[in-house]
Design a protein around this ligand. Structure first.
Ligand code: DHB
Length: 399
Protein backbone atom coordinates (compact mmCIF):
# COMPACT_ATOMS: atom_id res chain seq x y z
CA UNK A 1 0.00 0.00 0.00
CA UNK A 2 1.27 3.49 -0.86
CA UNK A 3 2.54 5.54 2.09
CA UNK A 4 0.26 8.22 3.45
CA UNK A 5 0.78 11.62 1.90
CA UNK A 6 1.93 14.06 4.56
CA UNK A 7 0.38 17.53 4.77
CA UNK A 8 1.40 20.03 7.41
CA UNK A 9 -0.57 22.96 8.69
CA UNK A 10 -0.77 25.09 11.83
CA UNK A 11 -4.32 24.25 12.91
CA UNK A 12 -6.14 21.09 11.80
CA UNK A 13 -9.88 21.57 12.00
CA UNK A 14 -12.19 18.56 12.09
CA UNK A 15 -15.65 19.53 10.85
CA UNK A 16 -16.70 22.05 8.20
CA UNK A 17 -19.91 23.20 9.84
CA UNK A 18 -20.25 26.86 10.82
CA UNK A 19 -17.84 26.50 13.78
CA UNK A 20 -15.04 24.85 11.81
CA UNK A 21 -15.35 27.14 8.80
CA UNK A 22 -15.61 30.29 10.91
CA UNK A 23 -12.46 29.32 12.80
CA UNK A 24 -10.64 28.62 9.55
CA UNK A 25 -11.78 31.97 8.15
CA UNK A 26 -10.70 33.99 11.21
CA UNK A 27 -7.33 32.22 11.30
CA UNK A 28 -6.77 32.93 7.60
CA UNK A 29 -7.49 36.62 8.21
CA UNK A 30 -4.83 36.60 10.94
CA UNK A 31 -2.31 34.83 8.70
CA UNK A 32 -2.59 31.42 10.41
CA UNK A 33 -2.85 28.35 8.16
CA UNK A 34 -5.49 25.70 8.65
CA UNK A 35 -6.82 22.61 6.91
CA UNK A 36 -10.44 21.63 7.43
CA UNK A 37 -11.67 18.07 6.93
CA UNK A 38 -15.30 17.02 6.86
CA UNK A 39 -16.95 13.64 6.38
CA UNK A 40 -20.14 15.05 4.82
CA UNK A 41 -20.29 16.46 1.29
CA UNK A 42 -20.74 20.21 0.82
CA UNK A 43 -24.11 19.53 -0.78
CA UNK A 44 -25.31 17.39 2.12
CA UNK A 45 -24.52 20.14 4.63
CA UNK A 46 -26.20 22.74 2.40
CA UNK A 47 -29.38 20.68 2.31
CA UNK A 48 -29.72 19.99 6.04
CA UNK A 49 -32.52 22.04 7.56
CA UNK A 50 -31.31 23.65 10.80
CA UNK A 51 -32.38 26.42 13.18
CA UNK A 52 -32.56 30.02 12.22
CA UNK A 53 -31.96 32.69 14.88
CA UNK A 54 -28.70 34.66 15.13
CA UNK A 55 -27.71 36.93 17.99
CA UNK A 56 -26.26 40.28 17.03
CA UNK A 57 -22.78 39.10 18.06
CA UNK A 58 -23.00 36.27 15.55
CA UNK A 59 -24.24 38.66 12.86
CA UNK A 60 -21.43 41.09 13.67
CA UNK A 61 -18.86 38.34 13.36
CA UNK A 62 -20.16 37.34 9.92
CA UNK A 63 -20.25 40.92 8.70
CA UNK A 64 -17.21 42.47 10.42
CA UNK A 65 -14.85 39.61 9.61
CA UNK A 66 -15.82 39.87 5.95
CA UNK A 67 -17.62 36.53 5.55
CA UNK A 68 -20.69 38.14 4.01
CA UNK A 69 -23.22 40.88 4.63
CA UNK A 70 -25.99 38.78 3.06
CA UNK A 71 -27.48 38.30 6.53
CA UNK A 72 -28.18 42.05 6.67
CA UNK A 73 -29.71 42.07 3.19
CA UNK A 74 -31.61 38.79 3.17
CA UNK A 75 -32.06 38.00 6.86
CA UNK A 76 -35.05 39.36 8.78
CA UNK A 77 -34.40 41.51 11.81
CA UNK A 78 -36.74 40.61 14.67
CA UNK A 79 -37.25 43.09 17.48
CA UNK A 80 -39.26 40.74 19.68
CA UNK A 81 -41.05 37.43 20.08
CA UNK A 82 -44.48 36.46 21.28
CA UNK A 83 -45.08 34.17 24.23
CA UNK A 84 -48.53 32.64 23.83
CA UNK A 85 -50.31 30.80 26.61
CA UNK A 86 -53.84 30.44 27.92
CA UNK A 87 -55.01 31.54 24.46
CA UNK A 88 -53.34 34.95 24.69
CA UNK A 89 -50.20 36.44 23.17
CA UNK A 90 -47.71 38.52 25.17
CA UNK A 91 -45.04 40.39 23.26
CA UNK A 92 -41.48 40.41 24.56
CA UNK A 93 -40.22 43.63 23.02
CA UNK A 94 -36.44 43.20 22.77
CA UNK A 95 -35.85 46.72 21.48
CA UNK A 96 -37.71 48.33 24.33
CA UNK A 97 -36.40 45.98 27.03
CA UNK A 98 -32.72 45.71 26.14
CA UNK A 99 -32.26 47.77 22.95
CA UNK A 100 -31.45 44.66 20.92
CA UNK A 101 -32.68 42.53 18.04
CA UNK A 102 -31.99 39.09 16.58
CA UNK A 103 -31.85 38.00 12.94
CA UNK A 104 -33.80 35.19 11.36
CA UNK A 105 -31.22 33.72 9.02
CA UNK A 106 -31.01 29.93 8.74
CA UNK A 107 -27.84 28.12 9.75
CA UNK A 108 -27.76 26.60 6.26
CA UNK A 109 -27.22 30.10 4.85
CA UNK A 110 -24.50 30.77 7.42
CA UNK A 111 -22.78 27.60 6.19
CA UNK A 112 -23.17 28.59 2.53
CA UNK A 113 -21.71 32.06 3.15
CA UNK A 114 -18.75 30.63 5.05
CA UNK A 115 -18.11 27.85 2.52
CA UNK A 116 -18.21 30.36 -0.35
CA UNK A 117 -15.84 32.75 1.43
CA UNK A 118 -13.34 29.98 2.27
CA UNK A 119 -13.47 28.82 -1.35
CA UNK A 120 -12.99 32.35 -2.71
CA UNK A 121 -10.01 32.86 -0.38
CA UNK A 122 -8.41 29.57 -1.46
CA UNK A 123 -8.93 27.92 1.95
CA UNK A 124 -8.03 24.25 2.30
CA UNK A 125 -11.40 22.63 3.04
CA UNK A 126 -11.80 18.96 2.17
CA UNK A 127 -15.33 17.60 2.15
CA UNK A 128 -16.41 13.93 1.84
CA UNK A 129 -13.35 12.48 3.58
CA UNK A 130 -13.52 9.07 5.27
CA UNK A 131 -11.65 7.01 7.89
CA UNK A 132 -10.72 10.02 10.01
CA UNK A 133 -8.65 9.21 13.09
CA UNK A 134 -6.95 11.68 15.41
CA UNK A 135 -3.61 10.77 17.04
CA UNK A 136 -1.18 12.06 19.61
CA UNK A 137 -3.09 15.05 20.95
CA UNK A 138 -0.77 15.15 23.97
CA UNK A 139 2.31 15.37 21.72
CA UNK A 140 2.50 16.21 18.00
CA UNK A 141 -1.04 15.89 16.68
CA UNK A 142 -1.74 14.01 13.46
CA UNK A 143 -4.96 13.24 11.70
CA UNK A 144 -5.29 10.35 9.28
CA UNK A 145 -7.98 10.51 6.65
CA UNK A 146 -8.82 9.33 3.16
CA UNK A 147 -10.04 11.87 0.63
CA UNK A 148 -12.91 11.46 -1.82
CA UNK A 149 -10.48 10.01 -4.44
CA UNK A 150 -9.25 7.33 -2.05
CA UNK A 151 -5.85 8.92 -1.33
CA UNK A 152 -4.68 8.44 2.25
CA UNK A 153 -3.23 11.41 4.13
CA UNK A 154 -1.51 12.24 7.38
CA UNK A 155 -2.28 15.81 8.40
CA UNK A 156 0.28 17.13 10.89
CA UNK A 157 -0.56 20.24 12.90
CA UNK A 158 0.37 22.27 15.96
CA UNK A 159 -3.21 22.10 17.24
CA UNK A 160 -6.45 20.28 16.48
CA UNK A 161 -9.84 21.97 16.70
CA UNK A 162 -12.59 19.38 17.16
CA UNK A 163 -15.64 21.04 15.60
CA UNK A 164 -17.15 17.75 14.48
CA UNK A 165 -20.64 18.16 15.86
CA UNK A 166 -22.77 16.33 18.37
CA UNK A 167 -21.52 12.91 17.25
CA UNK A 168 -17.93 14.09 17.67
CA UNK A 169 -15.12 11.56 17.35
CA UNK A 170 -12.59 14.08 18.55
CA UNK A 171 -13.95 14.20 22.06
CA UNK A 172 -13.23 10.48 22.50
CA UNK A 173 -9.52 11.29 22.16
CA UNK A 174 -9.67 12.87 25.60
CA UNK A 175 -8.83 10.11 28.11
CA UNK A 176 -11.76 9.14 30.34
CA UNK A 177 -9.82 10.05 33.47
CA UNK A 178 -9.54 13.63 32.17
CA UNK A 179 -13.13 14.29 31.16
CA UNK A 180 -16.50 14.71 32.78
CA UNK A 181 -19.79 14.57 30.89
CA UNK A 182 -23.00 16.24 32.03
CA UNK A 183 -26.34 15.05 30.59
CA UNK A 184 -29.96 15.98 30.95
CA UNK A 185 -32.68 14.13 29.01
CA UNK A 186 -36.13 15.59 28.26
CA UNK A 187 -39.30 13.51 27.96
CA UNK A 188 -40.21 15.15 24.62
CA UNK A 189 -38.87 16.02 21.19
CA UNK A 190 -39.89 18.41 18.40
CA UNK A 191 -41.87 17.53 15.33
CA UNK A 192 -40.58 20.00 12.75
CA UNK A 193 -42.18 20.87 9.43
CA UNK A 194 -41.63 23.10 6.45
CA UNK A 195 -44.93 24.22 4.98
CA UNK A 196 -45.82 26.14 1.85
CA UNK A 197 -47.90 28.86 3.42
CA UNK A 198 -47.80 32.60 3.99
CA UNK A 199 -46.48 33.98 7.28
CA UNK A 200 -48.90 33.70 10.18
CA UNK A 201 -47.06 36.33 12.20
CA UNK A 202 -44.22 38.83 11.71
CA UNK A 203 -42.39 37.50 14.73
CA UNK A 204 -41.76 34.06 16.22
CA UNK A 205 -44.47 32.66 18.45
CA UNK A 206 -43.44 30.40 21.35
CA UNK A 207 -46.70 28.81 22.45
CA UNK A 208 -47.49 26.83 25.56
CA UNK A 209 -50.77 24.94 25.89
CA UNK A 210 -52.28 22.03 27.80
CA UNK A 211 -51.64 20.01 24.62
CA UNK A 212 -47.95 20.92 24.59
CA UNK A 213 -45.53 23.42 23.08
CA UNK A 214 -45.47 24.83 19.55
CA UNK A 215 -43.10 27.24 17.81
CA UNK A 216 -44.14 29.23 14.79
CA UNK A 217 -41.08 30.39 12.86
CA UNK A 218 -40.53 31.44 9.27
CA UNK A 219 -38.22 30.95 6.34
CA UNK A 220 -39.48 33.00 3.37
CA UNK A 221 -42.65 34.76 2.21
CA UNK A 222 -43.98 31.42 1.01
CA UNK A 223 -42.30 28.76 3.18
CA UNK A 224 -42.71 28.54 6.95
CA UNK A 225 -40.88 26.55 9.62
CA UNK A 226 -42.89 25.29 12.57
CA UNK A 227 -42.48 22.79 15.37
CA UNK A 228 -44.69 21.12 17.93
CA UNK A 229 -43.78 19.08 20.97
CA UNK A 230 -44.01 15.32 20.40
CA UNK A 231 -42.91 12.04 21.92
CA UNK A 232 -39.21 11.32 21.22
CA UNK A 233 -40.21 7.99 19.62
CA UNK A 234 -42.79 9.52 17.29
CA UNK A 235 -42.73 8.23 13.70
CA UNK A 236 -43.29 10.95 11.07
CA UNK A 237 -45.10 8.42 8.87
CA UNK A 238 -47.95 8.30 11.35
CA UNK A 239 -48.64 11.98 10.77
CA UNK A 240 -50.90 13.02 7.89
CA UNK A 241 -51.13 16.71 6.98
CA UNK A 242 -54.52 16.91 8.65
CA UNK A 243 -53.19 15.40 11.87
CA UNK A 244 -50.21 17.79 11.83
CA UNK A 245 -52.38 20.88 11.38
CA UNK A 246 -54.75 19.62 14.08
CA UNK A 247 -51.80 19.44 16.47
CA UNK A 248 -50.80 23.04 15.64
CA UNK A 249 -54.38 24.33 15.83
CA UNK A 250 -54.92 22.86 19.28
CA UNK A 251 -51.75 24.56 20.55
CA UNK A 252 -51.85 28.04 19.02
CA UNK A 253 -55.23 28.94 17.54
CA UNK A 254 -57.82 30.84 19.54
CA UNK A 255 -59.08 34.28 20.53
CA UNK A 256 -59.00 35.52 16.94
CA UNK A 257 -55.60 34.02 16.02
CA UNK A 258 -55.53 31.40 13.28
CA UNK A 259 -52.47 29.81 11.72
CA UNK A 260 -52.16 30.03 7.95
CA UNK A 261 -51.89 26.47 6.66
CA UNK A 262 -50.60 24.90 3.45
CA UNK A 263 -48.93 21.79 2.03
CA UNK A 264 -46.31 20.23 4.32
CA UNK A 265 -43.14 19.80 2.24
CA UNK A 266 -40.87 18.34 4.91
CA UNK A 267 -41.37 16.69 8.29
CA UNK A 268 -38.92 15.36 10.84
CA UNK A 269 -38.60 14.45 14.52
CA UNK A 270 -35.80 16.31 16.30
CA UNK A 271 -34.58 14.65 19.46
CA UNK A 272 -32.67 16.76 21.90
CA UNK A 273 -30.94 16.81 25.26
CA UNK A 274 -28.57 18.94 27.27
CA UNK A 275 -24.95 17.79 27.17
CA UNK A 276 -21.68 19.36 28.28
CA UNK A 277 -18.21 17.90 27.95
CA UNK A 278 -15.62 19.31 30.35
CA UNK A 279 -12.93 20.45 29.98
CA UNK A 280 -13.14 21.64 26.37
CA UNK A 281 -9.41 21.27 25.90
CA UNK A 282 -6.96 18.43 26.42
CA UNK A 283 -3.34 18.70 25.30
CA UNK A 284 -3.38 20.16 21.78
CA UNK A 285 -7.06 19.36 21.16
CA UNK A 286 -9.71 22.06 21.55
CA UNK A 287 -13.40 21.17 21.25
CA UNK A 288 -15.79 23.77 19.87
CA UNK A 289 -19.55 23.88 19.27
CA UNK A 290 -21.75 20.79 19.40
CA UNK A 291 -18.70 18.55 19.82
CA UNK A 292 -18.47 19.91 23.36
CA UNK A 293 -22.09 20.72 24.19
CA UNK A 294 -25.62 20.54 22.95
CA UNK A 295 -28.57 22.55 24.20
CA UNK A 296 -32.27 21.91 23.65
CA UNK A 297 -33.47 24.03 20.71
CA UNK A 298 -35.92 26.28 22.61
CA UNK A 299 -34.29 29.72 22.43
CA UNK A 300 -32.01 28.87 19.48
CA UNK A 301 -28.68 29.07 21.30
CA UNK A 302 -26.82 26.17 19.62
CA UNK A 303 -25.28 27.94 16.64
CA UNK A 304 -24.63 31.16 18.56
CA UNK A 305 -22.84 29.21 21.24
CA UNK A 306 -20.69 27.42 18.68
CA UNK A 307 -19.70 30.72 17.10
CA UNK A 308 -18.90 32.11 20.53
CA UNK A 309 -16.57 29.16 21.26
CA UNK A 310 -14.81 29.90 17.99
CA UNK A 311 -14.36 33.54 18.89
CA UNK A 312 -12.71 32.59 22.20
CA UNK A 313 -10.59 29.84 20.61
CA UNK A 314 -9.49 32.16 17.82
CA UNK A 315 -8.34 34.76 20.37
CA UNK A 316 -6.22 32.07 22.05
CA UNK A 317 -4.66 30.77 18.83
CA UNK A 318 -4.08 34.26 17.43
CA UNK A 319 -2.39 35.38 20.63
CA UNK A 320 -0.23 32.23 20.66
CA UNK A 321 0.99 32.75 17.10
CA UNK A 322 1.50 36.50 17.55
CA UNK A 323 3.17 36.53 20.96
CA UNK A 324 4.16 32.94 21.77
CA UNK A 325 2.05 33.11 24.94
CA UNK A 326 -0.34 30.24 25.59
CA UNK A 327 -2.17 32.06 28.41
CA UNK A 328 -5.38 32.58 26.40
CA UNK A 329 -5.29 29.02 25.08
CA UNK A 330 -4.90 27.78 28.63
CA UNK A 331 -8.00 29.66 29.74
CA UNK A 332 -10.06 28.69 26.64
CA UNK A 333 -12.06 25.97 28.35
CA UNK A 334 -12.96 28.03 31.42
CA UNK A 335 -13.89 31.09 29.38
CA UNK A 336 -15.99 29.13 26.89
CA UNK A 337 -17.69 27.05 29.60
CA UNK A 338 -18.91 30.12 31.46
CA UNK A 339 -21.11 30.95 28.45
CA UNK A 340 -21.96 27.31 27.82
CA UNK A 341 -23.56 26.99 31.26
CA UNK A 342 -25.45 30.26 30.83
CA UNK A 343 -26.81 28.95 27.53
CA UNK A 344 -27.63 25.60 29.17
CA UNK A 345 -29.57 27.41 31.87
CA UNK A 346 -31.49 29.60 29.42
CA UNK A 347 -32.31 26.73 27.06
CA UNK A 348 -33.37 24.47 29.95
CA UNK A 349 -35.51 27.24 31.43
CA UNK A 350 -37.26 28.08 28.15
CA UNK A 351 -37.80 24.37 27.46
CA UNK A 352 -39.25 23.52 30.86
CA UNK A 353 -41.34 26.68 31.04
CA UNK A 354 -42.94 26.14 27.63
CA UNK A 355 -43.32 22.35 27.23
CA UNK A 356 -45.99 20.28 28.94
CA UNK A 357 -44.88 16.78 29.99
CA UNK A 358 -47.45 14.15 28.96
CA UNK A 359 -47.89 13.15 32.62
CA UNK A 360 -48.09 16.71 34.01
CA UNK A 361 -50.41 16.81 37.02
CA UNK A 362 -52.80 19.67 37.77
CA UNK A 363 -50.36 21.29 40.16
CA UNK A 364 -47.45 21.38 37.69
CA UNK A 365 -49.68 22.72 34.90
CA UNK A 366 -51.08 25.50 37.10
CA UNK A 367 -47.59 26.29 38.45
CA UNK A 368 -46.30 26.54 34.88
CA UNK A 369 -48.97 29.11 34.02
CA UNK A 370 -47.99 30.95 37.22
CA UNK A 371 -44.40 31.03 35.97
CA UNK A 372 -45.36 32.30 32.51
CA UNK A 373 -47.61 34.94 34.06
CA UNK A 374 -44.79 35.98 36.40
CA UNK A 375 -42.44 36.51 33.46
CA UNK A 376 -44.81 38.53 31.29
CA UNK A 377 -46.14 40.67 34.13
CA UNK A 378 -42.70 41.67 35.41
CA UNK A 379 -40.43 44.00 33.48
CA UNK A 380 -37.47 42.30 35.16
CA UNK A 381 -38.77 38.89 34.08
CA UNK A 382 -39.12 40.07 30.49
CA UNK A 383 -35.71 41.75 30.58
CA UNK A 384 -34.06 38.47 31.62
CA UNK A 385 -35.73 36.65 28.75
CA UNK A 386 -34.92 39.41 26.24
CA UNK A 387 -31.32 39.74 27.39
CA UNK A 388 -30.68 36.01 27.25
CA UNK A 389 -32.45 35.58 23.90
CA UNK A 390 -30.68 38.44 22.15
CA UNK A 391 -27.22 38.70 23.64
CA UNK A 392 -26.51 36.01 26.16
CA UNK A 393 -23.26 35.16 24.47
CA UNK A 394 -22.02 38.62 23.57
CA UNK A 395 -22.38 41.16 26.32
CA UNK A 396 -20.81 44.17 24.66
CA UNK A 397 -24.03 46.11 24.02
CA UNK A 398 -26.75 44.53 26.10
CA UNK A 399 -28.09 46.14 29.31
C1 DHB B 1 -36.00 28.26 14.99
C2 DHB B 1 -35.52 27.22 15.79
C3 DHB B 1 -35.45 27.39 17.15
O1 DHB B 1 -34.97 26.40 17.94
C4 DHB B 1 -35.86 28.57 17.76
O2 DHB B 1 -35.81 28.69 19.10
C5 DHB B 1 -36.31 29.59 16.96
C6 DHB B 1 -36.39 29.43 15.58
C7 DHB B 1 -36.10 28.08 13.52
O3 DHB B 1 -35.75 27.00 13.02
O4 DHB B 1 -36.53 29.00 12.83
Amino acid sequence: MAARKIITTQVAIVGAGPAGLMLSHLLAQAGVESTVIEIRSRQEISETVRAGILEHGTVNMLVDSGVSDRVLREGDRHDGIELRFNGESHRIDFKDLVGESVWLYPQTDVFMDLAARREADGGDVRYSVTDTTVHDIEGKPKIWFTDADGTEYELQADFVAGADGSRSHCRFQIPEAHRKWYFHEYPFAWFGILAEAPRSSDELIYANSANGFALISQRTETVQRMYFQCDPNEDVNNWSEERIWDAFRSRVNGNGFELKEGPVIDKMVLKFRSFVHTPMRHGKLFLAGDAAHTVPPTGAKGLNLAIHDVKVLFEGLDSFYKTGSSALLDSYSDRALERVWKAQQFSYWMTSMLHTPADADDFSRARQLGELNSVVSSRHGKVYLAEAYTCLLYTSRCV
